[in-house]
Design a binder for this molecule. Structure first.
Ligand code: CAO
Length: 569
């Protein structure tokens, strides 16, 4: 078997570039034009396609190597077809002497010079090479467009209609095709350059097919990307010589009409052509992938890891967020159309709360159960201590009693005092009892955490609740004071309502919702008697506890609240 060494082609001016990706390994079968490595200069990333088909025998470089034009890249064992075509080519070259007709201009040579009529001469014509300059077709815009990708390299063979550049306007990404086939000799532009209609971007050598290739213009592939739909959401075919802007606008308005208010371009993402191609193949939106390459570049490995994680999450049903659950975005509405409005930016705490609640809502399978506690005796006891509380410089509301009762219920029902690891493999059993209390502040909701509630008395808890509430409202809570909770109490009792379904403050497993107590008639077996009833709800993470667990926890809690003596135990 014949082998051949593949070298780095002309780098279009760059002297040394870094090998950032190896697309093949020894033993791989490569096709003609298949990417074998990805190189990166300080401005552009380029795929190096294989000029030969065959099997990779050895890689002669590794990732991170610095190479230049002519550097040895890979040794390929040529496939039969390639060996034959090489031999045939050599035979033709031996038979025919080439006329020295190469031109530096982009002008088409006279037809008769290209295609002589005699038999022998027509054989010569097959090997005639004419240099032609590729120019940017009419973009329909006065403004220059950005080159975001140069998907070809010198040495590449292109057919009519193949893309030679990818450019970007402020709204769309367009592939610029060549209007004739041939070999790329020189690239005159690089990624990041700006070009106008008519600018020269490459030099190609055209063969015998030149005449037919230069006739009809081919079509421009116009690609519009949206956040959800990835890179190939809407395409339009345009003639390269026709203005493209109206078509761009039409395609964009079609996307916008579908309810998407913003259009993002894949080019904002730092990834090489090979990674982009793989992402397209796998249907991955590159915006969701974190790059681990130099300067955050997305590597093929990152895409593989992204898929692995997504599959694991789907299997375990753990941690699936909005992106992977493919939740459709809610389009922004122009409310000003309907009346006067005012835009109020969210405060930091409000943004954090929104993000945490959304994450919990999406990740945690919630169930909420309801019950009522008879707090008639608790309220009598609490009110009897009011004067003493004042003397102590504090207030004794139902909250310290609720804290104490929850601590007892957590100790007696330890499955409520757990967390589940994100891989869904392990429960973490907590041996401490720290409980958070939701505090409403002008800047938003915060949850300070009272430590070791099970070890503290009612007075101490009353002091700590008051201190924490004051600190929370003054914006003086430290991050540490809001961390480490095992369970949360959200009390709307002072505000009103007779029931609600609180959202679990994940990674905690349960949350108690407290509504407004009121006197209700309760049947004692022989008569209805007035009792002070406190409506309660417990929401829980059904991955960690189930309805029976909650039933036991809740019954325990209600019994503690119904008999204050038990809280002293
Ligand atoms: N039923 C009836 N009355 C209640 C009650 C209940 N469940 N809970 C409290 N009260 C009473 C208190 O006893 C107090 O009255 P007295 O002074 O006569 O005793 C009065 O309501 C005001 O209580 P408070 O709100 O000042 O104190 P608290 O200990 O009950 O609550 C705190 C403290 C910080 C939790 C509370 O101020 C707060 O911010 N609550 C809002 C929590 C919240 O927004 N949760 C929702 C989160 S999810 O969106």
């Amino acid at each position: 078997m014949a082998t051949e060494i593949i070298h780095v082609p002309d780098l279009g001016g760059a002297e040394s570039v870094e090998v950032i990706e190896l697309c093949v390994s020894p033993g791989d079968v490569v096709e003609l034009e298949q990417s074998i490595i990805v190189l990166e200069s300080d401005k552009a990333t380029m795929d190096v396609p294989s000029p030969k088909a065959g099997t990779v025998k050895a890689l002669l470089i590794k990732e991170g190597d610095i190479v230049g034009e002519g550097s040895r890249i890979v040794e390929i064992e040529l496939s039969d077809v390639d060996v034959t075509s090489s031999i045939e080519q050599e035979e033709i070259l031996e038979e025919v002497s080439l006329p020295e007709q190469e031109s530096d201009t982009n002008e088409l040579p006279p037809e008769e010079g290209l295609l002589p009529e005699e038999n022998a001469a027509s054989k010569v014509a097959l090997n005639v090479s004419v240099e032609r300059v590729v120019t940017v077709p009419d973009t329909g815009s006065e403004e220059a467009v950005d080159i975001i990708e140069v998907p070809v390299s010198p040495g590449d063979t292109l057919s009519e209609g193949d893309s030679i550049l990818v450019v970007e306007t402020d709204k769309a990404t367009m592939e610029i095709p060549v209007a004739f086939g041939g070999e790329v000799l020189k690239i005159l532009v690089k990624e990041g350059d700006k070009v106008n209609s008519g600018d020269e971007v490459a030099v190609m050598s055209t063969g015998a097919s030149a005449e037919s290739s230069l006739g009809e213009p081919s079509s421009v592939q116009l690609q519009i990307e949206t956040p959800e739909q990835g890179e190939a959401s809407a395409t339009k075919d345009l003639k390269p010589n026709a203005p493209i802007v109206p078509e761009v606008k039409q395609a964009i308005s079609e996307v916008v009409d579908d309810g998407v208010s913003d259009i993002s371009l894949g080019a904002e993402v730092y990834a090489g052509p090979a990674s982009r191609a793989l992402a397209r193949e796998l249907g991955i939106d590159l915006h969701n992938v974190k790059g681990s390459g130099p300067r955050g570049r997305i590597l093929k490995e990152d895409l593989n890891n992204y898929v692995k994680t997504a599959v694991a999450k789907a299997e375990f049903g753990v941690g699936v967020g909005a992106a992977s659950a493919a939740i459709p975005a809610v389009p922004d509405v122009d409310f000003a159309k309907f009346g006067e409005i005012e835009a109020i930016p969210l405060q930091k705490i409000q943004k954090l709360t929104a993000a945490n609640m959304h994450r919990s809502w999406l990740n945690v399978p919630h169930v909420t159960q309801f019950d009522e506690a008879d707090i008639t005796d608790l309220e009598d006891f609490r009110k009897s201590l009011k004067a003493e509380a004042e003397k102590q410089g504090t207030r004794l509301t139902p909250l310290p009693f609720l804290l104490k009762a929850c601590a007892h219920a957590l100790v007696a029902n330890p499955e409520f005092n757990r967390a589940i690891t994100s891989d869904g493999e392990t429960f973490i059993q907590k041996k401490y009892v720290h409980i958070g209390i939701a505090v409403d502040t002008p800047r938003g909701l915060v949850v300070p955490v009272i430590r070791d509630v099970d070890t503290k008395g009612l007075w101490q808890l009353a002091h700590e609740v008051n201190d924490m509430a004051v600190k929370a409202r003054d914006g003086k809570l430290s991050t540490a004071e809001m961390q480490g909770g095992c369970f949360t109490i959200s009390s709307l009792g002072a505000i009103g309502g007779n029931g609600f379904t609180p959202i679990v403050n994940t990674p905690e497993v349960g949350i108690l919702g407290v509504s407004k107590s009121q006197i209700k008639p309760v049947w004692d077996g022989s008569a209805f008697i007035p009792r002070m009833m406190l409506p309660l709800s417990v929401s829980y993470d059904h991955r960690v506890v189930n309805g029976a667990d909650c039933g036991r926890f809740f019954t325990y809690l209600v019994r503690e609240l119904g008999d204050t003596r038990r809280l002293a135990l």
